[in-house]
Design a protein around this ligand. Structure first.
Ligand SMILES: *Cc1c(COP(=O)(O)O)cnc(C)c1O
Length: 359
C-alpha cells in the first residue's frame, strides 16, 4: 500500500514511473541486464541520457545557448561549483538571504569570493521576501544568487529579481518544473534531483554558454562546467540509474501535459491546503506572508506538542505520511511536488477538517 508521502526530499515519485522501473528492473529492453548494470558509454544508456536532456529542454523551453548538465554532489555541490565557475576575474558575488538554503549557499561561496548579502533579514524575519528594488545594488558582482523556493520554511518567490547588470543565478531545487518561467532571465539554474526531478543522486544544472570556460584554477574537473559540457556530464561514471529514473519522470511530466499543465494542478493543490489552514487559524498557524507562501512546501504549526503528536499519528494512520516539519523549523510541512496526486491533498484537507472539528 503506497501512502501519500509528503516528504520534502527525497520525495514521492510518480507511481507510474515506479511501476515502469519495476517492470524493467531486471532486464532493460534488449539489454538482458538492468540499467544499473550496463556501461555508461554504451548506446542504451547514451540514449537514456540524451532523452533526459532533450526532455528537460522541451519542458523548460530552453534556447540552444543553454547547456543541460547532470552533476554529482546534489545541490550542495553547486554551492561551491557556482562561484568556482562564474567568478572569473571578479571577486564579488551577491546573495539574497531568504532562509536556510540561501544561507548555506552563501556560506560556501565565502570560501571563494567576497559575498555581499543584498537582503539582510534576521532569522525571525524569514516570513516575507522584500521587493528586489529594496535590495542592495551590486553592479560589479559576478552574479546575483537567490533561492527561488526555501524548502524548510516554505517561502517562494512570486517574482524574478531585477538584475539587469549582473548574471542571475537561482537554486530551484524544490520548485523547478512546477511552474512556467522565463529561463532567458537566468545565467544559471541548478536543482538537486530529489525534490521535483527524480531520486537523489545528482544536480541538474542549466547554464548559458557564454558563462562557461572561465573556471577558477582550483576547480576540480568534475565540477568544471566547460569540461562536463564537453563530456556530456560523463567525465566520470554518472549515477546512471538515477538519471534513468529522472528520465522516466521527465517523460511522465510530458505525458501530464508538461509544466504549464502541472502548474495549474500545483496551484489548486496549494490553494486547497492553505484554505483549510486559514479556515482554522487558531489550530493551524502558517507564518509566511500570503504573497510568498510556497506552493511546494506548505508549513503550519499546531498550538502544542500534544496536538502535534496526535496530528502526526492520526494522519499516518490514514496513509498520509512524513508530515513532520524540518528539524530546525518544527511544526508540520506538507510537500506538494509534481508527483503528489491531487487526491492526496484532498485526503489531507478532509483529515484536517475532521481533526479541527474533533478538538
Ligand atoms: C534540498 C535542497 C538543497 C540541498 O540539496 P542536496 O541535493 O541535498 O545537496 C539545496 N537547496 C534547496 C532549495 C533544497 O531544497
Amino acid at each position: 500500500m503506497r501512502a501519500y508521502n509528503f516528504s520534502a526530499g527525497p520525495a514521492m515519485l510518480p507511481t507510474a514511473v515506479m511501476e515502469q522501473a519495476q517492470a524493467e528492473f531486471l532486464e532493460y529492453p534488449n539489454e538482458y541486464a538492468s540499467v544499473m548494470e550496463i556501461s555508461h558509454r554504451g548506446d542504451a544508456f547514451l540514449s537514456i541520457l540524451s532523452a533526459a536532456e532533450s526532455d528537460v529542454r522541451e519542458l523548460l523551453q530552453l534556447p540552444n545557448n543553454y547547456h543541460v548538465l547532470f552533476l554529482p554532489g546534489g545541490a550542495s555541490a553547486q554551492f561551491f561549483a557556482v562561484p568556482m565557475n562564474l567568478c572569473g576575474k571578479q571577486t564579488k558575488v551577491a546573495y539574497a538571504n531568504t532562509g536556510l538554503w540561501s544561507q548555506k549557499a552563501m556560506q560556501e561561496a565565502k570560501r571563494y569570493a567576497d559575498v555581499v548579502e543584498v537582503t539582510q533579514l534576521q532569522e525571525t524575519d524569514y516570513v516575507s521576501i522584500p521587493a528586489s528594488h529594496t535590495w542592495t545594488q551590486v553592479n560589479d558582482a559576478a552574479y546575483l544568487h537567490y533561492t527561488d523556493n526555501e524548502t524548510v520554511s516554505g517561502i517562494e518567490f512570486n517574482f524574478i529579481p531585477q538584475a539587469s547588470h549582473v548574471t542571475l543565478v537561482s537554486d530551484m531545487s524544490s520548485n523547478i518544473f512546477s511552474r512556467v518561467f522565463d529561463v532567458t532571465q537566468f545565467g544559471l539554474i541548478y536543482a538537486g534531483a530529489q525534490k521535483n526531478s527524480g531520486p537523489a543522486g545528482f544536480a541538474l544544472v542549466i547554464v548559458r554558454d557564454d558563462l562557461i570556460g572561465q573556471a577558477l584554477k582550483i576547480t576540480p574537473s568534475l565540477f568544471d562546467y566547460a569540461l562536463q559540457v564537453k563530456a556530456h556530464s560523463s567525465l566520470n561514471t554518472p549515477p546512471t540509474y538515477n538519471i534513468y529514473l529522472a528520465a522516466l519522470c521527465f517523460r511522465w511530466l510530458k505525458q501530464q501535459g508538461g509544466v504549464a499543465a502541472i502548474e495549474k494542478i500545483n496551484a489548486r493543490k496549494a490553494q486547497k491546503l492553505y484554505a483549510v489552514i486559514d479556515r482554522y487559524p487558531e489550530l493551524y498557524r502558517n507564518r509566511i506572508d500570503v504573497s510568498c507562501r510556497s506552493r511546494m512546501n506548505v508549513t503550519f504549526a499546531l498550538p502544542n506538542d500534544t496536538l502535534h503528536a496526535r496530528f502526526l499519528q492520526q494522519s499516518a494512520a490514514l496513509g498520509l505520511i512524513n508530515l513532520e516539519g524540518h528539524r530546525t523549523y518544527g511544526g508540520m510541512r506538507a510537500s506538494l511536488y509534481n508527483a503528489m496526486p491531487e487526491a492526496g491533498v484532498d485526503l489531507l484537507v478532509s483529515f484536517m477538517k475532521d481533526f479541527a472539528s474533533a478538538v
